[in-house]
Design a protein around this ligand. Sequence first.
Ligand SMILES: Cc1cc2nc3c(=O)[nH]c(=O)nc-3n(C[C@H](O)[C@H](O)[C@H](O)COP(=O)(O)O)c2cc1C
Length: 382
Amino acid sequence: MEMKSMTLLILYATQTGNALDVAERIAREAERRACTVVISSTDDYDANSLPAEDTVIFVVSTTGQGDTPDSMKVFWRFLLQRNLGSHWLEGIHYAVFGLGDSGYQKYNFVAKKLDKRLSDLGATAVVERGLGDDQHPSGYEAALDPWLSSLWSRLNEIKPHFFPKGPDFLVSNEELIGLPKVQVTYHNVNDMDSRLSTATDFKYLQMQIGRARSMSSGKVPHEKSKPDAFLKMVKNFPLTRASHEKDVRHFEFEFVSQVIKYEIGDVLEVLPSQSPAAVDSFIQRCNLDPESLITVHPREMENRHIDNNVNTLDVPIKLRTFVELTMDVTSASPRRYFFEVMSFFATAEHEKERLQYFASPEGRDDLYQYNQKERRTVVEVK
Ligand SMILES: Cc1cc2nc3c(=O)[nH]c(=O)nc-3n(C[C@H](O)[C@H](O)[C@H](O)COP(=O)(O)O)c2cc1C
């Protein structure tokens, strides 16, 4: 018999980052249970290898009108092949958590279709699929918490080999948070690449974006490390009344670099610039020097030879530029994990307690109100 993998695989497909957030949470919870995990975006994973896995957790969102995220298109086309047959995934266990919004007609369509297809291909569900709903007062976390509890208890029952330290073993969150995932190296000013100063404005910006993104721990598809085009916003006005809960806007852009072709229904990924004052205040609050030159490496890569990205990774970038181009400090609502990490570092007892409350299941509704409904950004968390 073929040897099965003893690693729990987490595959995610995201359009705007929520599924990645969920996948990372599942991975952290697995690690706390001494379970070995591999986490991967569906576009980085060869679907041909699925039959060799033991158990796969899928976290997938639905975008467009019931469409798969871009990063899942190839993977999904592969799974739909007729010749795979109803025994192809026999013996494989899986679980699906979907992210969607019940305001859409094709609610969580991708998770539902994936669940059905995996079962048609012979795989066995560990737990019933979970469906996160943006319309819920606490967002997708509301469905995620109970789904995760049943996932771990069911996996403990049927797959005890994933938990070598037993069903009750649980490392504290704090211990895990204390192990940073990335290493930031500070460099001398002389290391700065002199070519940069002679490049044109666009080229310079393009290089900086490529550099910042290649060092960011966020998931950016490889081919997207450089933007396709530069646009100038020429119109921006609200379509909803000021009193409306959501701020829906009409934007118009003009190409200032080469023109790219698009069709109705295409998704435009915009990398806007952030308010310089907010970026400065974030850096100041972290007690860092915005002018310092840094490189950022994932911890695992420390001793590994990196050939593809060696140039990009070796060239330092200004800390301020890195924050500006890779961290959304001015508009994104911080997620639950942010509060968890902040509570670890908080020194004032009342702040620590408040942050811990927000990160706990009891504080979930209040957190959703505080960060999503009231639209607080990272710099506004007080
Ligand atoms: C442009 C757009 C289209 C969407 N279409 C759907 C849809 O058809 N069905 C659905 O259930 N949710 C839909 N959603 C909601 C997303 O699935 C939901 O916000 C989810 O949390 C996004 O996860 P992600 O950040 O991992 O992509 C849509 C969201 C956006 C922004």
